[in-house]
Design a binder for this molecule. Sequence first.
Ligand code: ADP
Length: 487
Amino acid sequence: MKYVIALDAGTTSVRAFVYDLAKGAFVYGAQQEVGQSFPRPGWVEQDADEIYYKAAYVLNDCLRFGEGEVAGIGFTNQRETTVLWDRATGEPVCPAIGWQCRRTSEWCAALDGATKELVRERTGLVPDAYFSASKIRWMLDNVPAARVLLAQGRLCAGTVDAWLIFRFTQGASFVTDVTNASRTMLFNIRTLDWDEDLLSRFSIPREILPEVRSCDARMGEMRTRDGVLPICGVAGDQQAALVGQNCLRPGEGKITYGTGLFLLFNTGERCTLSHSGLLTTVGYRLGGRTAYALEGSSFHAGSGVQWLRDGLGLIENAAQSGQLAASVSDTGGVCFVPAFTGLGAPHWDPDARALFSGITRGTTRAHLVRAVLESIAFEARELTDCIRGDGVPLSAVRCDGGASANDFLMQFQADVLGVAVDRPAERESTALGAAMLCALSLGLADETSVAEYRRAGQVFAPDAAVRDERERGYEAYRLAVRRARMK
Ligand code: ADP
């Protein structure tokens, strides 16, 4: 067997890649866009059937390429998005509620103090509409068909991984993995089981939830034209990227520079609850061992660069931002805070708004562009300061996502963090993680050999000569954040 396939069911597209085990690289990929609908302000829905049919399409495409030489399929997926379906027919009961959907915000805010504390303590999360529990509760309360199926013992509730595995195994496997489970607000991250106290407080019956397995467990078998293929190797997208970046030791972490900024750091077998506004989550469970992770995210990173291009017309394309930023030696005192829709971790301030500060008559386009790129690095610094504050020393920072292509940003990031920033040759860390988990599960790799899946790219070492200057820049940024939060 030459190949494993990684299926990545993302928010806006479903993609599948063929990974060649001998070449150590992806050799084929297929992609289908998936729709989202926004039926009311703040609501986000998806068609679970569409996700399944498009996943089947891209998988079949990859299987045709693989021509009978595929050993297995690993899955990774957008997290938290919740599907309810009929166990007997496999039909979705209603539209899936997307992770960005805010319809249950008030319900979450109204939870009593003891329940909120229980959520933090048991799940490592902060009570929020983002996570699946309130979405399941909303569907049970508002979709009559869901209650009928519940009464008949036919209701299934799950995240996108559980939904796809159920459909691909024709209902034979109703399972999820520990990383996806840890994003539901129902999962006890210490006992690695659904939490009875939370289930009863939220009145969600355990029977409607999938069985939870390790990331390297065999999840089921999928019938294909070449025979039966194992589905094994499953993790939510951020956790799959952690694995794909080979962050398998404590202190190793990855920062994804996409539309937003997503940071995940391995904290090892110790379950560290954050005191600084980060989330604790299951990083992965492999070979019977659990690794926990601290997670922080900012809503806007690359989106600031998009705004420079589309909103202000200061640049023609994203890549130009790096050239312009490097054309000046500093921002001339300008700071930018990308709080377009408020600030995420560690501030959690929905009312903050973006600002430029320190503008003078000497300010040029290059200064403004540079300030936007610098703000991305400073956001990451705020989050890594939280991780250090929670007692996790950073040993390696690996990067991916669209804006990680920017050499100026990566060098600036290394200087601001005081740690080398390591960019792999392969940008698809999420799919790579699913391929690695699949290979581990099938025994085609072990934890040492799997490290070779991640191919070296470029390492940006911190420049000690600019350290003091970068510290002053960070202090100025923190002051600008305080201004952005002033009412
Ligand atoms: P997502 O998965 O969130 O859609 P991607 O990982 O595809 O995001 O990254 C896209 C983002 O990266 C966009 O916001 C874009 O502005 C930014 N981006 C892409 N290339 C560069 C670059 N060279 N410099 C700075 N930002 C970039």
